[in-house]
Design a binder for this molecule. Structure first.
Ligand code: KG4
Ligand code: ZN
Length: 330
């Protein structure tokens, strides 16, 4: 069974073809990071126009790479939300047109369910029930996967998402967008204990996150250095900020394990590429961890193809798929 995955929820145009459950035949990604970084963030209208330019050539390239025709596909899986409206429209409408002209069934995928599947691509031994930490630019949450298709939200952020916090912190520090990878890089040469940033909500008994106070703490620290006229110790600030985010995430992963008794944890989303978080999760005691490959932490179409294929197997109906930017519940 051949599934074409299409991802256009934000600023990455992704196309992938998988065979059966998870065999990746081809994965292509056209990143717009360079186009947007000069603006310091994603410009939605510009992102939509770039998807329009990039998507069909990528689909053609994927089919050529696999030596198959569109009509040979058995399923098209496309991200229907959450995400940027303009970007989603391009992906969904293109997928609808391809589905009709090739007579191939179409299924809409929740972008968060896509992220949830990213670690599963290379992990046949990860089976429900397990806990899924989704940490992206737009979301930070822990989901209990009772079975595929049956998800329970254990808790989420009260304000900023972890990726958003990294991006805003980077902006405060004058670093380029996206900020997560930049902070991760600079943190390597810094002391994570140089600054004692607050670890948000660390001691509450709820699975919940908050990152806006941490960002403000960083802002005041930077202002203090500026007012004193001294050089900003970038490496130490990045390392200390990163430690605070990582400890906040880890405290709630540990809490979720304790509450549910489930000792299998996966992480996904852009921030799961963060080296400190990967290290903390990999060395954690009391539960086993599955992480996606680095290129599948951020948005990609393999995870969408796999999630769509799994939903199709579960009997989810294919049909008219509409973009839904505020879609949330899994
Ligand atoms: O999952 P993703 O590609 O897009 C969304 O669905 O939001 O995540 C993008 C986010 C950005 O905020 C980016 O700064 C963050 O993931 N990110 C990182 C790292 N790589 C990407 N954050 C921390 N460390 C990284 N290495
Ligand atoms: Zn994403």
């Amino acid at each position: 069974m051949l599934t074409l995955g299409i991802e256009t929820s934000c600023d990455d145009t992704g196309v992938a073809i998988i065979r059966d459950e998870r065999e990746v035949l081809c994965e292509l990604l056209s990143s717009q990071i360079k186009d947007h970084s000069r603006f310091g963030g994603v410009i939605p209208e510009f992102a939509a126009r770039k998807h329009l330019e990039n998507l069909l050539p990528l689909v053609d390239a994927a089919l050529n790479e696999c030596s198959i025709r569109g009509q040979d596909l058995n399923l098209i899986a496309v991200t229907r939300g959450p995400g940027l409206m303009g970007s989603l429209i391009v992906g969904v409408m293109t997928a609808r047109a391809l589905s009709q002209s090739w007579n191939v069934p179409l299924i809409g995928v929740n972008h968060l369910e896509g992220h949830l599947f990213a670690p599963l691509v290379d992990a046949e031994d990860l089976e429900p029930p397990f806990l899924s930490l989704i940490v992206s630019g737009g979301h930070t949450e822990i989901i209990c996967v009772h079975e595929f298709g049956k998800y329970e939200l254990l808790g989420e952020t009260r304000d900023d998402a972890a990726g958003e916090a990294y991006d805003k912190a980077a902006r405060i520090l004058g670093l380029k967008y996206p900020g997560g990878p930049e902070i991760d890089k600079l943190a390597r040469a810094g002391d994570p204990y140089a600054f004692d940033f607050p670890i948000p909500l660390r001691n509450t008994h709820e699975v919940e996150f908050s990152f806006s106070g941490l960002k403000t703490a960083l802002l005041w620290q930077v202002k203090k250095f500026e007012n004193d006229g001294v050089n900003i110790p970038m490496n130490d600030l990045c390392a200390s900020f990163q430690r605070a985010v990582t400890e906040a995430l880890m405290s709630k992963v540990n809490l979720a394990v304790r509450i549910t008794g489930i000792k299998r944890v996966s992480a996904s989303g852009g921030v799961s590429a963060n080296s400190a978080l990967r290290e903390a999760l990999s060395s954690a005691k009391g539960f086993r961890v599955w992480l996606p490959k680095l290129n599948r932490c951020t948005d990609n179409a393999v995870m969408i193809a796999m999630a769509g294929r799994n939903a199709w197997k579960r009997g989810e109906v294919c049909g008219d798929v509409m973009p839904n930017p505020s879609l949330h519940d899994l």
